[in-house]
Design a protein around this ligand. Structure first.
Ligand code: FES
Length: 168
């Protein structure tokens, strides 16, 4: 083999080695990320809401992972819905992702009618988040949550969520 060819081969070998080393380093970084997430990153996926100051009939909107979350503390005029209510002690809450299940607009809460109305195509949802009128094909989605005392922790699948989602 000529010297030139040999040099070329060495160069190609080194180039491959370099690419493999860089790829390996990236793979290691990726692996490190998946097995050792930073505490702040972990915490960023959660939103904690203390429900104890809420009054009966009150509506609140919070944000979880950039999505609007609707919370209502039900009053005596709002029909209980055992398949969807989040129960803490004697109190029942509606907790749902505030995105219309038709095409994703944000419906607004109308306290006088005790329903959500979607301005985009006229969809309506009751105080439990169940679709009652218009094009929405299903109730508002329930976000994963867990109950911690009187606090709602969005982003974690607690036993209460699993029960409602039918995966308990
Ligand atoms: S997006 Fe809400 S009714 Fe169409």
């Amino acid at each position: 083999m000529s010297v030139k060819k040999q040099e070329r081969r060495d160069f190609i070998g080194m180039a491959f080695g370099a690419v493999a080393a860089v790829g390996g380093a990236f793979a290691l970084v990726g692996m490190k990320k998946s097995w050792d997430p930073l505490p702040s990153v972990k915490a960023a996926g959660f939103t904690t809401v203390d429900l104890s100051p809420m009054q009966a009939g009150e509506f609140r909107q919070v944000e979880w992972r950039k999505k609007p979350i609707f919370i209502i503390k039900k009053n005596a005029d709002m029909k209980p819905n055992p398949a969807r209510d989040v129960v803490i002690g004697e109190d029942k809450y509606m907790v749902a992702i505030g995105l219309c299940t038709h095409l994703g607009c944000i419906p607004s809460w109308s306290p006088s009618d005790m329903m959500f109305k979607c301005a985009c195509h006229g969809g309506e949802f009751d105080a439990s988040g169940v679709n009652t009128f218009g094009p929405p094909p299903r109730p508002l989605d329930i976000p994963p949550f867990k109950i911690d005392g009187t606090k709602l922790v969005l982003g974690e699948e607690g036993p209460e969520y699993k029960k409602l989602a039918g995966i308990a």
